[in-house]
Design a protein around this ligand. Sequence first.
Ligand SMILES: NC(=O)c1ccc[n+]([C@@H]2O[C@H](COP(=O)([O-])OP(=O)(O)OC[C@H]3O[C@@H](n4cnc5c(N)ncnc54)[C@H](OP(=O)(O)O)[C@@H]3O)[C@@H](O)[C@H]2O)c1
Length: 250
Amino acid sequence: MRADFQVRGRVAVVTGGSSGIGLRFVQAYLDAGAKVIAVSRTPGPLAELATQYSGFLVHVAADLSDISSIENLPKQLNEVFDQVDILVNAAGVNPRKDSDSLGLDEWNMTLNLNLTAPYILAQGLAKGMRERGWGRVINIASLQSERAFPNGIAYGATKGGVAQLTRAMAEEWSRDGVGVNAIGPGFFPTALTQRVFENSDLVDQLAAQTCIGRNGSLDDLVGPLMFLSSPASDYVTGQILYVDGGFTAK
Ligand SMILES: NC(=O)c1ccc[n+]([C@@H]2O[C@H](COP(=O)([O-])OP(=O)(O)OC[C@H]3O[C@@H](n4cnc5c(N)ncnc54)[C@H](OP(=O)(O)O)[C@@H]3O)[C@@H](O)[C@H]2O)c1
């Protein structure tokens, strides 16, 4: 028997699809023949991509940190292509502030976007997946799901929460065919990590902390995404798959 890594014909929702990791995932799903609904505040490069992949890519504008405004979003997303098979919660923010400078509004915004919105979307979209007997929720965890980094008080709290949310959702929905896992990226160059990657000493230091000896490139995430999105991972649930060059192994 050959493992089935197909996502052709599936419908995937990708939050944070306008930039960085989410944008790379949107492209990966489109290349693999899936339909994609990308959610972010602004379309950015998705406008051009939607013309290129007409009928396969729709951008839905939403501020996912504004929790009261997204209660009906799962219903809206289900209506775009009649169903949703895969949810990837990739939208996220890192205020990079210590506890002396982080305001309560920034704390709340970070929690809303990184932790509460993934729960609300998953809770709303998993219903249809469970009725159909197959689905996937893929959260984006972080090295900060496991470890403390400087200026990570709010971000680390949310990413620790994302890891446990992943396990708790897996406990509830896996028996109905919905696999719930997270990808835990190491360091990848995106808008979120721009300040890190501007510091070449830090970049070298982080690369040296991996087993492989380099930081990530966005293409490194595509294989793990396809594995977790497809029947190849039917017996994998409640896991955090670290794609970090072995950072967490050292
Ligand atoms: N890059 C890394 O090395 C790394 C490592 C570990 C984990 N991660 C995680 O990976 C995920 C993606 O990060 P990234 O590095 O790709 O960051 P990024 O390039 O900054 O992208 C962030 C995405 O989130 C969206 N977003 C931000 N605020 C939003 C809001 N209020 N409502 C809706 N969408 C919002 C942005 O779109 P708009 O601005 O258009 O709304 C954008 O599409 C995050 O969860 C991050 O924590 C990244």
